[in-house]
Design a protein around this ligand. Structure first.
Ligand SMILES: NC(=O)c1ccc[n+]([C@@H]2O[C@H](COP(=O)([O-])OP(=O)(O)OC[C@H]3O[C@@H](n4cnc5c(N)ncnc54)[C@H](O)[C@@H]3O)[C@@H](O)[C@H]2O)c1
Length: 675
């Protein structure tokens, strides 16, 4: 009788081994309920062979016969080659930094962040290495993951790993001051950056869609989006209400309880209003309810009207999921004369005909069927629904409702549908986007953005300590800050004071906090000192969302409040990543796509390991100053008044900062020039 000896390989050994010496056994996908959708079958026969040839180059030749068949099957079944056989056996999650086999603490920090992005509790499609957004990939396949972790385990502090869209090109000699990792995702020759180009070149295994924080190892779960949504909704109410009024008993009506949109009711509760969020997919609504992200579920309009009337009369803070179509609510509330203070929409209108937007009048199931069986008819119904949707919104805004576009292409698609949504000049939209009215002028132009950190010890105590440090630093800064930013400071102090009790940590011990240049630098310095003097048990890893002051050039979102014509350029994001790279970042990344689509945006970010060293202290000051003020300088040059204020203030604080300032031009000088 033959005996099989099973040799258990430790986590550290597995990481250091990279691609195993022996061909592992074939395996099926493990998280079968969270599968990535089958991708488009777009390759020609010759291209399919090329995809297999590309995939096999990671492996020794004597495995090729077996793997070629398997990879061809994966390509046929899923439209991509994920190499499931090479998915590791160990658990995937952000371990305490000391558990990673590494010669460089910075490299260990990056391993922690990579594993967090692939943690099944965090990632949307963990088997397919997708963190969020349906296509936000950390790697294209498991061979890339294994090789990358191996490189990180063996690299020293004078080497840099270059990542080409998930593929580790290799370690190159550099210096202790250089980043340990340089990441590019989806960088294409501009003419090859259409959605189908992503399908084709991703299927060939030569590029990937990194979204924003997926392919840059900086995702921290829903917490990030709750903070941004809270700031947006809170300031929307401020724009609508008198200074001494509060959102209590006032209505925020919106739609969507999906990936990002699911944060709306929680944010509404933090703001203190009545949130009504329509969701046509009953499963999504029940899921968010069971997770505690929305308080109540109602599935018919009569009940909704009576519940809302009661909530208004008692000035309740409550969030209600209406299981049904949002258009029905807008129309019914108009009939019943229920006043909506703030309205928006987070259906996925960036993807209107394939499940992003469900037309009124059809059930969820009927829509899904028609989408597949009669796409042309479905498209007509989507457009008809958008015309009704916009008309109902217009009825409410004519009575005083404040409506804003939530970066989901509601206005764009409504205009394509022929809805009455254009401003009088026939070019602009009737309503602003959330960046034009709120996040741009109130946050980004002053330098406030989604700064974040992760406690690498993995300890709750460390996270609580960092919250305390950040709150203390913010209070000190607020004491001397100018009136223009006092409100932002106050909001962010409130957020950090309450962050722990809002219980939003999923995966790594992470925190998000909107802070400006001064705040980010001072908080980071205080963290670095706390690591040095042992107040914190391990390093702190700094980063930010790409959806920030300087990181993202995206003409209909992050840079939609740039009005000098430069919003279709991407110089800012490129300068950002290059500038950060030689100022102390541990890793930098630059991506095509993210949020709004392949070819529509260039966005970048950084990660920085604060290990308590003098080097980290010097790096953080120079890098964070540039990371924020690069964007403020550009926004100021585009004549944004708050950015002009912020950059002048920063120049007063820092004699080495000298920014080119824009001169104002009188309107009457231009009026008769071309008559
Ligand atoms: N939250 C943010 O800060 C932010 C920022 C920028 C852009 N966005 C945009 O918001 C949109 C939503 O993002 P997501 O991740 O939540 O997408 P998602 O697809 O996960 O969720 C959208 C939800 O809307 C529901 N829906 C569609 N049509 C509906 C209708 N007529 N009535 C009621 N419900 C309907 C869908 O069933 C789905 O659950 C995207 O377009 C995204 O780009 C969000």
């Amino acid at each position: 009788m033959s005996r099989i000896r099973i040799i258990k390989v430790s986590f550290k050994e597995s990481i250091m081994r990279g691609i195993p010496n022996k061909l592992p056994l074939k395996r099926e996908r493990t998280h079968s309920s969270n599968r990535a959708p089958k991708r488009k079958d777009i390759l020609s026969l010759a291209e399919k062979k090329l995809a297999i040839r590309n995939a096999l180059r990671y492996f020794p030749e004597d495995w090729h016969r077996e793997l070629a068949l398997e990879f061809a099957q994966e390509l046929n079944d899923y439209g991509r080659i994920y190499m499931y056989r090479f998915q590791p056996d160990y658990e995937m999650y952000a371990r305490p930094i000391s558990e990673y086999p590494a010669k460089s603490i910075q490299a260990a920090g990056i391993m922690l962040m990579i594993q967090n992005n692939l943690d099944p509790a965090v990632a949307q499609h963990p088997d397919e290495l997708i963190t969020y957004g349906g296509n936000g990939a950390v790697f294209q396949n498991w061979a890339q993951y294994l090789l990358t972790m191996q490189y990180l385990s063996e690299m020293t502090d004078d080497q840099t790993l270059h990542m080409y869209s998930g593929h580790p090109m290799g370690l190159f000699p550099s210096s202790a001051l250089a980043p340990r990792v340089i990441v590019t995702n989806g960088m294409m020759i501009p003419n090859y950056s259409k959605p189908d180009d992503w399908e084709r070149y991703n299927a060939l295994g030569v590029t990937q869609y990194g979204q924003m924080t997926a392919g840059s190892y900086m995702y921290i779960g829903p917490q990030g989006i709750v903070h941004g949504t809270t700031i947006t909704v809170m300031n929307a109410f401020r724009m609508k209400l008198d200074a001494n009024d509060t959102p209590a008993g006032k209505i925020f009506l919106t739609a969507g309880l999906g990936g990002m949109s699911g944060a709306q009711p929680k944010a509404g509760n933090i703001v203190g209003c009545i949130t009504i969020c329509a969701e046509v997919n009953s499963n999504a609504a029940h899921k968010r309810h069971s997770q505690g992200w929305v308080d109540e579920l109602i599935d018919n309009l009569d009940d909704l009207v009576s519940r809302v009337t009661l909530a208004q009369s008692q000035e309740e803070v409550v969030s209600i999921a209406y299981v049904g179509n949002v258009v029905d609510i807008w129309e019914r509330f108009a009939e019943d004369e229920i006043f909506i203070h703030v309205g928006s929409d987070q259906t996925s209108l960036h993807n209107p005909f394939a499940g992003g937007y469900y037309p009124v009048g059809l059930s969820f199931e009927e829509s899904n069927q028609m989408m597949a069986e009669d796409p042309q008819k479905f498209k007509e119904l989507v457009y008809a629904s958008l015309r009704r949707h916009a008309a109902a919104v217009n009825t409410h805004t004519s009575k005083g409702t404040y409506f804003f576009d939530y970066g989901n292409a509601f206005l764009l698609e409504s205009s394509r549908a022929g809805a009455d949504i254009l401003a009088q000049n026939g070019i602009d939209f009737k309503y602003p986007s959330y960046v034009q009215d709120i996040l741009g002028p109130m946050c980004f132009d002053y330098g406030f953005g989604p700064f974040r950190w992760v406690c690498a010890s993995g300890l709750d105590e460390d996270l609580a300590k960092t919250d305390e440090i950040a709150a203390r630093v913010m209070r000190e800064i607020m004491f001397d800050s100018p009136p223009a930013i006092q409100q932002q400071m106050g909001d962010n102090i409130k957020w950090i004071d309450e962050a722990n009790q809002n219980k939003m940590v999923v995966g790594s011990k992470a925190r998000i906090l909107y802070a400006d240049s001064e705040g980010r630098i001072k908080i980071a310095e205080a963290f670095n000192q706390a690591v040095a003097n042992g107040e914190l048990s391990g390093p702190v890893i700094l980063g930010r969302d790409h959806h920030d002051v300087s990181g993202t050039d995206s003409p209909y979102r992050e840079t939609s409040n740039i009005y000098d014509g430069s919003k279709f350029t991407a110089d800012m994001a490129i300068h950002n990543v290059i500038g950060d790279s030689f100022r102390g970042a541990t890793w930098v990344s630059i991506h095509n796509g993210g949020g709004v689509g392949w070819g529509e945006v260039i966005n970048g970010g950084f990660g920085m390991v604060l290990d308590g060293s003098e080097k980290a202290s010097q790096g953080l000051e120079s890098m964070l100053l540039f990371d924020v003020n690069n964007g403020i300088a550009r926004r100021s040059w585009a004549r944004n008044p708050h950015a002009q204020f912020a950059i002048k203030r920063e120049m007063e604080r820092n004699q080495k900062l000298k920014i080119t300032l824009a001169q104002g031009v009188r309107d009457d000088l231009l009026d008769n020039l071309f008559n």
